[in-house]
Design a protein around this ligand. Structure first.
Ligand SMILES: *Cc1c(COP(=O)(O)O)cnc(C)c1O
Length: 556
């Protein structure tokens, strides 16, 4: 019997074999595996096909809620994977896929991920991870040092300290942000005298203890939605995640922030944390971190910096100063599956004070014993994979200088692309790239000129039509599958702070060339010739027409 067909009968012998006998290289699964090992990019390029199927069509392949009764052949299942899953996936590694934060991976991640899977360590406790626990602690120390630049003498006493951890490794920026605010909350309501702390007594009694009527977290309007989840989960309430408007450069408006702090004080609402963003998800901008650190010090509240995207900018000697002030944060979130080029599912939060994480410490009798070095006592998640290996691999193989090159390349490419957009008569740059993210929209100069003559109401109307045009272009481009940009909605000061639809480009894939970006714009110009787009442009022109009549009539 071919080895790929070994699991087709529900008997113990077959089951025993799937745990012991490896797949033969000439089997369907073995062949795919080999192809991926030989040339990932080639494999993805050939097997992910831009089928013109809608998601609803694809759902038809995944309808049945019935768990198969009988075992099936591995080869048969592999055919399903090839045709229904791989073929209908998104080619996130393609150099023309510049719409999201997910890009190509260095080749060594794949075999190392395999080793990680084979070892199947569980980082919740030393008993199931051994060397992986010190490895993860070392990775946390490396990122801690990247952010805080403490001198080398600081680390020996903390890295492998059984009482403490310099940070928490987790599945991504969301959990990292939640962990940071969880620590901030538990430190604000730390045990004192008869009060046993919020972890024991809960929020209502904790507020009473502080004599406060509520809690608030402040962040700019560009704050990531994970903070909303954190506010909900930690009992702060989404309404008390105060989103402050941004200035023209998508950075938190400090005057508005100060006003809001005063208002909260007058309402006896305690500020739990200020959150600065180092690389906003939508536009890649960095908040004024020094000024925010000053305010947090005055308010005596936690200062968190969400550097999920922008953190690795610190590798670049040239651009690290853009994040100046981050070293004053009490906690910093970093996503490894973004600009550290690690596969999906790796993030970290590091804390300036190496004892901070004790605020969320949990112990259990059979694991996570007091005095053990188990990392599970300081993480939200329980069982966790050995992803730290992949971060360690990137840091070791690519190194500080390698990441520096990648960061510099992305930022410089974004600036170059922004210049191309700015020069182009048919596009409008809607946010300057500070790091490697920029936004723009299709808006021919003639149309923008016409809009200048319009009253605010007409401008808003015209913007709605431009929104439709850009939505259409983005959607058709995505469906055509050659290149991909994302779209988002941003407030525009030019239009009475109304929201406009913009195209968003994230430049982190080193294989994305200027030529590919040129092709992205050209494809959009071609799509703009579509009759539907022309029709919408005419509607904008028509909006301007009555204005010139009314202008002449007022001259009468
Ligand atoms: C991506 C991102 C997050 C969330 O990270 P996940 O890994 O998706 O959970 C949080 N903040 C910022 C600024 C991000 O860019």
């Amino acid at each position: 019997m071919p080895k790929s067909k070994q699991a087709a009968r529900a008997n113990l012998e077959s089951l025993y074999r799937i745990f012991t006998v490896p797949e033969a290289p000439d089997s369907t699964l073995g062949a795919i595996d080999q192809a991926i090992c030989d040339d990932v990019a080639g494999f993805l390029g050939t097997h992910i096909v831009a089928l013109e199927r809608t998601l609803e069509d694809i759902e038809a392949d995944f309808l049945s809620p019935v768990i198969p009764e009988e075992p099936t052949y591995v080869s048969e299942y592999t055919e399903f994977v090839k045709q229904k899953l791989v073929a209908q996936s998104v080619h996130t590694a393609a150099p023309g896929f510049v719409g999201h934060m997910t890009s190509a991976l260095p080749y060594f991640m794949l075999p190392l991920a395999r080793i990680m899977t084979a070892l199947n360590q569980n980082l919740v406790k030393v008993e199931t991870s051994k060397a992986f626990t010190p490895l993860e602690r070392q990775v946390l120390a490396m990122l801690h040092r990247l952010v805080y630049r403490a001198d080398a003498a600081f680390y020996p006493q903390w890295v492998h300290n059984s009482q403490h951890a310099l940070g928490a490794f987790c599945s991504g920026g969301t959990i990292a942000n939640i962990t940071a605010l969880w620590v901030a909350r538990n430190r604000l309501f730390a045990p004192a005298g008869d009060f046993k702390g919020i972890a024991a007594e809960g929020l209502p009694r904790s507020l009473k203890h502080l004599g406060a009527d509520g809690l608030a977290v402040l962040v700019s309007r560009r704050g990531h939605y994970s903070l909303g989840k954190a506010a909900d989960l930690l009992g702060i309430g989404r309404d008390n995640l105060v989103m402050i408007d941004t200035d023209a450069d998508n950075r938190i408006d400090l005057d508005l922030l100060r006003l809001e702090l005063q208002r909260l004080k007058s309402e006896n609402i305690r500020v739990l944390a200020l959150v600065g963003i180092a690389g906003t998800t939508e536009t890649g901008n960095v908040d004024p971190l020094h000024a925010m650190a000053d305010l947090a010090a005055t308010e005596d509240c936690h200062f968190h910096v969400d550097a999920a995207w922008g953190g690795p900018t610190l590798f670049s000697e040239k651009y690290a100063p853009l994040l100046s002030g981050i070293e004053r944060a009490d906690s910093v979130t970093l996503d490894a599956h973004k600009q550290l080029y690690v596969p999906m599912g790796a993030g970290m939060v590091v804390f300036k004070d190496p004892t901070a994480l004790s605020a969320i410490e949990h112990h259990a009798a059979y694991i996570l014993r007091h005095g053990s070095k188990d990392l599970g006592s300081h993480t939200l998640e329980g069982s966790r994979p050995g992803k730290a290996l992949l971060v360690h691999a990137g840091l070791s193989i690519i190194g500080r200088k390698g990441y520096e090159l990648l960061i510099d390349l992305g930022i410089e490419r974004a600036r170059h692309f922004a210049e191309q957009v700015r020069q182009h008569a048919d596009f409008e740059l809607t946010s300057e790239p500070e790091l490697n993210i920029l936004t723009y929209r299709y808006a021919p100069r003639a149309i923008l000129g016409l809009m200048k003559t319009m009253c605010l109401a007409q401008k808003c109307q015209a913007n709605l039509l431009l929104d439709q045009i850009n939505q259409l272009i983005q959607k058709v481009q995505r469906e055509a599958g050659k290149t991909f940009v994302s779209r988002t909605r941003l407030r525009s000061r030019d239009y009475g702070t109304k929201v406009i639809t913009v195209l968003r480009v994230v430049l982190a894939n080193p294989l994305t060339t200027d030529e590919i970006l040129q092709a992205v714009l050209e494809e959009q110009l071609t799509l703009a010739q579509h009759p539907e787009v022309r029709e919408l442009l005419e509607q904008i022109e028509a909006l301007a027409a009555p204005l010139s009549i009314s202008q002449t009539s007022t001259e009468d």
